[in-house]
Write a protein that binds this ligand. Structure first.
Ligand code: MD3
Ligand code: FE
Length: 206
């Protein structure tokens, strides 16, 4: 089912489940090539969310700031390529939400152990804010905070489960958003963690 969260934001319940048997092995290969790490914020603190990336560009944070970069700073090598099953699922989800031309060049992979949260923020490190973002929730469930265009707007809480996909773009692209602390639990396929994939077009043009 397709649930409208905003003017151009859609929650596609269970959209990733049809391809899950191809998605999880592909994701495992990416994580083996580019393991999760806790990046440092510009303020010098270790992030509690662990991250990695795949695609031509990956998301990087350090004392110099946040940005997208073609190489994994931990290895000095290019990020692993975006696996076909992940790319195809993200493009199909974007099309189902009204963005038929989406061609992501980056997938940021976030890992939440129980107790981990993500505070309210906007995603504005990408080159073109007209491009949507596709998010895939895997493993333990979470409560997502869907805010407004001002930090002070009271967020709406949205439950996200294994296989749920959210697409947001257009008027909703710059909404503040975050994730409540993940509750303890063990997911049958992913164990004691939530993994979120966000597909983005981070760089300029194609
Ligand atoms: C934003 N990740 O990586 S993505 C991030 O679950 C990030 O790991 C979160 O925020 C995570 O930058 C959330 C899902 C999402 C869904 C709907 C949104 C982000 C949204 C609607 C508006 C703005
Ligand atoms: Fe975000």
């Amino acid at each position: 089912t397709r649930l409208r969260m905003g003017g151009q934001a859609w929650l596609l319940h269970g959209f990733a489940l049809a391809a899950i048997d191809d998605l999880l092995p592909a994701l495992k290969d990416v994580i083996r090539a580019a393991p999760f790490r806790h990046m440092t914020t510009p303020g010098g603190l270790a992030m509690s969310v662990a991250t990695t990336s795949c695609g031509a560009l990956g998301w990087v944070s350090d004392r110099r700031g946040y940005r997208y970069a073609p190489r994994d700073p931990a290895s000095g090598r290019e990020w692993p390529a975006l696996p076909a099953p992940m790319l195809h699922m993200a493009m199909a989800a974007a099309a189902a939400a009204g963005f038929p031309d989406f061609q992501p060049d980056a997938c940021l992979i976030n890992r939440y152990r129980p107790g981990t949260r993500l505070s309210l923020h906007q995603d504005r490190d990408e080159h073109d804010m007209a491009e949507p973002i596709v998010s895939v929730s895997l493993g333990l469930p979470a409560t997502f905070l869907f805010g407004g265009l001002a930090r002070s707007d009271r967020p709406v809480r949205v439950a996200l489960a294994h296989g749920d996909v959210v697409v947001w773009g257009g008027v909703d692209r710059l909404r503040f958003h975050g994730v409540m602390p993940v509750a303890p639990g063990v997911h049958p396929q992913l164990g004691a963690q939530r993994i979120n994939l966000t597909f983005r077009k981070a760089g300029p043009g194609s």
